[in-house]
Design a protein around this ligand. Structure first.
Ligand SMILES: *Cc1c(COP(=O)(O)O)cnc(C)c1O
Length: 368
């Protein structure tokens, strides 16, 4: 049996007729930018997350960058986040001229440990950027309390958290703004790059819309800010709208697969991921931990099971980010987790028998 980690083509196959129809419709319409599908996608995602504004963009990375710019984060500012995330989280902070401050993670959820945030706050701290990693929200209420107490902004990296909520309050409702990614492998993935900012704040929404087209003001070809070219194109928007009709169902399949793993994987053999109280989990990744990670990965590969390591090297180990950390050993939990994590296949196009097969192979490895 071969268990692929991703199966992007299966998403197309399931929706081929509808996707072909909308792609043809858009391409033949000549309306490629900020057209009806784009506007409808913004409305649909805003409604799903219960926010006032959604701003379609070129990528999740641009969403982070533009929302940092819109909140005027830059030189001299510090932004508290973690080193256990996709590089874009810290990269965009550094691009603005601000300094990312890496705080330790909670090893059960891989996300910022809220008990360690206050110790990292200085007079220069302007914002906290929690990463809603692997499909669930961070310890968001505690983070909100800390932000309120210290007068800090919250900028949510919700790139992996579409459809994720805490007691029914969705990602994007806790911060001043929030970034979604529609990268190919995300739970809602485009046929290329795309992203979105969510916000309830009218002024931030206006700024983000302006920055995505070169900082253009209310009048065409008059510029109020330095901006970018970062529109979400109409073909991608049309494809995303088709996939969005399936997304909740697809997320439910991921939940079913994750439940099987949680029920059947022996927690004495591997450390299992935890869902925070009050959170749903959309299982962008199902990530276990074991000190024998590399051996297990090789064993699974031999048995036809693909697995991935998110993330093998914490950000403060990489050359461009080393100066923002305190060197190896400074974030022992982050560093240990990076050596022990292994993400198992959990995507919606797997069958329960395939998940069962993965479980048997994991147990087989530890028996051998
Ligand atoms: C995917 C991702 C991003 C960046 O999104 P892109 O659309 O790939 O630019 C940012 N942060 C996290 C946590 C991500 O997983």
């Amino acid at each position: 049996m071969r268990i692929p980690f991703y199966d992007i083509k299966a998403q197309y196959t399931e929706l081929a007729t509808q996707i072909d129809t909308v792609v043809h419709e858009v391409v033949s319409s000549g309306n490629y930018m900020l057209g009806p599908h784009h506007n409808a996608l913004e409305t649909e995602i805003a409604a799903l997350h219960g926010v006032k504004h959604a701003i379609g963009l070129n990528s999740g990375t641009d969403a982070l960058r533009i929302m940092l710019d819109a909140s005027q984060i830059g030189h001299g500012d510090e932004v508290i986040t973690t080193a256990f995330t996709f590089v874009a989280s810290a990269e965009t902070i550094v691009q603005t001229g601000a300094t990312p401050v890496f705080v330790e993670i909670d090893p059960d959820t891989f996300m910022i440990d809220p008990a360690r945030i206050e110790a990292a706050i200085t007079p220069r701290t302007k914002a906290i950027m929690p990463i809603h990693l692997f499909g669930q929200l961070s310890h968001i209420l505690t983070i909100q309390e800390i932000a309120t107490k210290h007068g800090l902004l919250i900028l949510e990296d919700a790139a992996q958290a579409i459809g994720s909520h805490h007691h029914g309050v969705y990602a994007g409702k806790f911060g001043i703004s929030s970034a979604l990614s529609f990268y190919v492998t995300k739970n809602l993935g485009a046929a290329g790059d795309a992203g979105m900012i969510l916000t309830d704040d009218d002024e931030i929404a206006y700024l983000c819309k302006s920055i995505r087209i070169h900082g253009m003001g209310r009048e065409r070809y008059f510029y109020d800010h330095i901006g970018y070219t970062s529109r979400l194109d109409e073909v991608q928007a049309a494809i995303l709208r088709v996939k969005l009709t399936k997304m909740l169902e697809w997320n439910e399949k991921r939940v079913a697969h994750a439940s099987l793993y949680l029920e059947e994987l022996d927690c004495n053999l591997v450390r299992l991921p935890k869902t925070l109280l009050g959170n749903n989990h959309t299982w962008h990744q199902f990530t276990i931990q074991t000190p024998r990670r590399d051996e297990l990965k090789a064993y699974l590969a031999e048995k036809g099971v693909d697995s991935m390591i998110y993330y093998p090297v914490p950000l403060h180990f990489h050359k461009p980010y080393a100066e923002y950390g305190n060197g190896p050993g400074s974030l022992p939990i982050t560093e240990k987790v990076s050596k022990e994590v292994l993400s198992l296949p959990v995507h919606q196009h797997l069958q329960p028998e395939q998940i069962q097969y993965v479980i048997e192979q994991v147990h087989g490895f530890f028996r051998a």
